[in-house]
Design a protein around this ligand. Structure first.
Ligand SMILES: NC(=O)c1ccc[n+]([C@@H]2O[C@H](COP(=O)([O-])OP(=O)(O)OC[C@H]3O[C@@H](n4cnc5c(N)ncnc54)[C@H](O)[C@@H]3O)[C@@H](O)[C@H]2O)c1
Length: 133
């Protein structure tokens, strides 16, 4: 049995590289998916790439409450329910429970770029909230 048989997943940033890859995998695992993305990112085109009637698309901005209400309602209208908000789901897979903030990345790059790392050579520093630990 596929891992997401009968599940409905809403993927925000769904026309982007991570979102689209997650949507493709979710559909392969039996899910119905709504891709949410900014109009300019072309969520319709992205959904069309997924073929076979398992993907719907809606334009929306996650920072606008009215858009969020609209794409949640549209997803329920299209598929009858929502089981998985992929952004929240992806956060659950990161041991620290969230994505990294830009300032956290910038501070680490500053460390590598500055003399603070003067005795650090050839190291790979993971900034992944513990995913590779
Ligand atoms: N911190 C981490 O561990 C980590 C790891 C990998 C990627 N990322 C981040 O995850 C994000 C996704 O990566 P990606 O490679 O898929 O990026 P991407 O640029 O390909 O996709 C991001 C998508 O989000 C959409 N988007 C942006 N603002 C939006 C908004 N307000 N409402 C709705 N959609 C919006 C964009 O239009 C785009 O399609 C990026 O911000 C990336 O930096 C973080």
């Amino acid at each position: 049995m596929a891992k997401l048989d009968g599940k409905v997943c809403m993927v925000t940033g769904g026309a982007g590289s991570l979102g689209l890859a997650a949507a493709r995998l979710f559909i392969a695992e039996g899910a119905k998916v709504t891709l949410v993305d900014l109009e300019s990112a072309g969520p319709d085109k992205a959904a069309a790439q997924l073929g076979d009637g398992s993907a719907a698309a809606i334009a929306g901005d996650v920072t606008r409450a009215a858009d969020v209400r609209n794409f949640v309602a549209a997803t329920v209208a299209r598929w009858g329910k929502i089981d998985v908000d992929a952004t929240a789901y992806l956060n659950e897979t990161i041991p620290l429970g969230r994505h990294g903030r830009p300032d956290e990345i910038a501070r680490t790059v500053l460390y590598l770029a500055s003399d603070d790392s003067s005795f650090t050579t050839g190291a790979t520093l993971m900034l992944d909230g513990g995913m590779s630990a």
